[in-house]
Design a protein around this ligand. Structure first.
Ligand code: GLV
Ligand code: MN
Ligand code: MN
Length: 413
């Protein structure tokens, strides 16, 4: 068969997406497989069983990243992959699609007698979401040498559990050392998770890069007291300060324009009772921008505002960085290959940056990398309502297939 006629098996791909979605199903179309939980383990075991069915060489590294390699040809592999962990209210496509499409690429080549000139590998990386353990993209960061393994294993999650212990508990503390083997090139396929492709009538996205991300945890210490007896002018109220910060983040986003997004996703009050002024508020701030200077400016404004709030309300505010990644530009040569194969599919393709973080942004540190996007219905993600039409998933996976084969043939100097 000529490689131009190759096409993935859409029924098999959709069956696998559905089988993986059953693990940790939330019953409302969504999925909850927080990193390194029992659900994650069961999901991992299923994907590993599929890798075994394909005869892949499987390696599990010290941070629990799993790489399945079809050892054909010679040289370093062309790698694809993504993640199978989810946020607590996850959809069924975020990450999972990229891993399953990668398996489909390899199986399609095997069945069609196509032998790439290099090995092809498919990976799933640990804790991409960062919803349980910060930073996000933890596994791919360690794979790419951006964080030492000891430091990574000692990270403590939102439930007080340590990464290293949880990896042992689910039997995914592997023996392959980190950082991992540098691939020849890396390409990840993912749902867009935003509204742009659908709104503008494009079926495919050639992703140019990923915006910068700043995650901080802010702790506000005040004075706990009686809600009925404490005059308003004598309060040192962490809940009020948390609310002020939330509003200020919206103001920053509006002032900086549409490239700036800001989110308060988690607020905890202590003791969290109706008639007690809290002693403490803890909240998470997620700020992102495609421009690093703007992101730094936003962080500075926030610092100044926190200082002002401390004076005005008589509280103390401390901050902890949970994740900080500069914007990433993907490799123009890989973007061009992605774009060309998108066009060959006969569908409209748009270049765009990614609003969400992805494992590809970490692999971009070590090898030529880029991504392919398919549209998300109404731009909804990190929500059980996340949806992408089957036709679009299939078109995207076929683009991935041809991109990987071309990358295998490409010499990067
Ligand atoms: C990862 O999904 C992110 O928050 O961008
Ligand atoms: Mn994802
Ligand atoms: Mn996600």
């Amino acid at each position: 068969m000529k490689s131009a006629e190759l096409a993935i098996n859409s029924d098999r791909m959709m069956q696998r997406i559905s089988a993986l979605a059953d693990i940790g199903s939330t019953g409302d179309g969504g999925c909850c497989r927080l990193a390194l939980t029992e659900e994650d383990r069961i999901g991992r075991d299923l994907v590993v069983s599929w890798m075994n069915d394909l005869g892949l060489d499987i390696s599990i590294d010290a941070i629990g990243n799993v790489v399945g390699t079809w050892n054909v040809g010679s040289g370093k592999p062309v790698m694809t992959g993504s993640h199978i962990d989810t946020v607590r209210t996850g959809g069924i496509y975020d990450g999972n699609y990229g891993v399953i499409a990668g398996l489909e690429v390899i199986q399609t080549c095997q069945e069609s007698g196509i032998t790439p000139v290099r090995p092809l590998s498919v990976a799933f990386f640990t804790d991409e979401e960062g919803a349980r353990f910060s930073p996000d993209m933890l596994g791919s960061l360690v794979y790419a040498g951006g964080l030492g393994i000891e430091e990574a294993l000692n990270i403590v999650g939102i439930d007080g559990k340590r990464v290293g212990d949880e990896l042992q508990n689910i039997s995914y503390a592997g023996s392959t050392p980190c950082p991992g083997e540098v691939p020849h090139a890396f390409v990840e396929i993912h749902i867009e998770q935003g509204p742009v492709l659908e709104a503008e009538g494009f079926t495919l996205g050639a992703v140019t890069g990923v915006q910068g991300i700043s995650w901080q945890e802010v702790t506000i210490q005040g004075q706990s007291n009686h809600a009925g007896t404490t005059p308003m002018n004598l309060r040192h109220d962490p809940a009020y300060v948390a609310a002020m910060l939330t509003v200020y983040l919206r103001e920053i986003a509006e002032r900086f324009g549409e490239d700036q997004v800001c989110t308060v996703g988690k607020i905890d009050l202590h003791p969290n009772l109706i008639n007690v002024i809290p002693s403490r508020a803890t909240l998470t701030l997620d700020m992102r921008n495609t421009d690093e200077d703007s992101l730094v400016d936003a962080e500075r404004l926030l610092d100044t505002f926190c200082f002002q709030l401390e004076q005005d309300e008589g509280v103390s505010i401390s901050k902890r960085t949970l994740a900080r990644f500069e914007p990433v530009q993907f490799d123009e040569r890989v973007i061009e290959i992605v774009e060309r194969h998108c066009l060959s599919s006969g569908k409209r393709v748009r270049r765009l940056p990614s609003g969400a973080g992805h494992d590809a942004q970490m692999l971009a540190r070590v090898c030529p990398s880029a991504m392919i996007f398919v549209p998300s219905k109404k731009g909804i993600s990190h929500n059980p309502a996340e949806h992408t039409d089957v036709d679009d998933l299939v078109i995207g996976a076929n683009v991935l297939l041809h991109v990987m084969l071309e990358l295998a043939d490409t010499v990067f100097s």
